[in-house]
Design a protein around this ligand. Structure first.
Ligand code: BTN
Length: 328
């Protein structure tokens, strides 16, 4: 799964073509810049065209990159890195898959390293929490799963969901100035409607974690939702009236996530928790939480150091809610 020499050469070739975007660069200079034969250059050009890059060629002038496809291609994600580990080497790109989380779990089970990503354009069996499906039309949203191997106990795993939620909210804020809010534990809302969801799945052994999969579904350029979602779902396009480059959002998300993840490993959960409290806007509000069919009503007192929701009921008793759904 590691980025092969072949892929590295292809990506360097792409960088050269981008530097001369819409002007010509000769096969000869590409071959000497990259240290490969001219026929190797030609083969990589053919590979890029197959991926959707529009590259003109002329026997006299060489090659010219005319158009970059609107796809979540690994070369595009890696082009302007915002991270040191997440998505730097191991990106599995699939034009279509049942669920990126399912595929990431398989890869992690076979030893894929921390920071590896599975990305797709379309999911045929996208999964949400509580057995729900995740609306996953082609080419308009982000479906990505990240493999993590944190040194934490299973009970601390909710921290990873909170961390991903903060990273998504920061991304929407910094890249698009969208005021996103986090609804515990894993919904990202804009104007009260869901724009993104996070599905965290674990593999554990006794009281240790083998790996965590953090799956993100982010509605970017979806222009219309099916009837049953229309009242509750939104997208970047619907909120801003503009399409946004998905690759940029993935890069931004990975940057924020890695920043918080590294900070968590260095100094603990407190800085993230402070930011979560601000971005969730839930503290002090009275909510009902559904926990496997039983309902708990109370005031949101906070999140404890394990990432668990603390509710204060009308008698003043505190309840720790490990997992559930806040009903607004
Ligand atoms: C939720 O809000 O219930 C969580 C939704 C998570 C959806 C993402 S899309 C990428 C990854 N693969 C999946 O099958 N699900 C997650």
């Amino acid at each position: 799964m590691r980025t092969s020499d072949h892929t590295q050469t292809k990506e360097r070739l792409l960088t050269c073509l981008k530097r001369h975007r819409q002007s010509w660069v000769s096969g000869e200079s590409l071959s000497s810049d990259l240290g490969v034969s001219r026929s190797a250059v030609w083969k990589h050009i053919a590979g890029l065209r197959k991926e959707g890059y529009l590259i003109r060629s002329s026997p006299k002038k060489g090659y010219s990159l005319e158009e970059v496809p609107d796809l979540l291609l690994p070369a595009e994600i890696r082009e302007k890195p915002t991270t040191r580990v997440f998505g730097r080497r191991d990106i599995v790109y699939l034009p279509q898959v049942d669920s990126t989380n399912t595929r990431a779990k398989e890869l992690a089970g076979r030893g894929a390293p921390e920071g590896a990503l599975v990305i797709t354009e379309q999911q045929t069996g996208g999964r949400g929490r509580r057995g729900r499906t995740w609306f996953s039309p082609p080419g308009e949203a982000i479906y990505v799963s990240l493999i993590l191997r944190p040194r934490i106990t299973p009970v601390e795993a909710p921290k990873m969901t909170l961390m991903a939620g903060v990273a998504v909210a920061e991304t929407l804020l910094s890249a698009i100035s969208l005021e996103a809010r986090i609804k515990w534990p894993n919904d990202i809302l804009v104007g009260g409607k869901k724009i993104a969801g996070i599905l965290t799945e674990l593999s554990t052994e006794m009281d240790a974690i083998n790996f965590v999969i953090v799956g993100l579904g982010l509605n970017v350029n979806i222009g219309a939702f099916p009837d049953e979602l229309r009242g509750s779902a939104t997208s970047v396009l619907l909120e801003t009236g503009k399409r946004f480059p998905r690759v940029k959002l993935i890069r931004e998300f990975l940057g924020w996530f890695e920043k918080y993840y590294a900070e968590f490993q260095r100094t603990g959960f407190a800085p993230l928790l402070a930011r979560w409290k601000y971005l969730s806007d839930m503290i002090g509000k009275t909510v009902t939480v559904d926990v496997l069919g039983s309902r708990h009503r109370g005031e949101v007192h906070g999140i404890d150091e394990d990432g668990i929701l603390i509710l204060k009921d009308s008698r003043g008793d505190y309840h720790r809610i490990f997992s559930g759904e806040v009903l607004l």
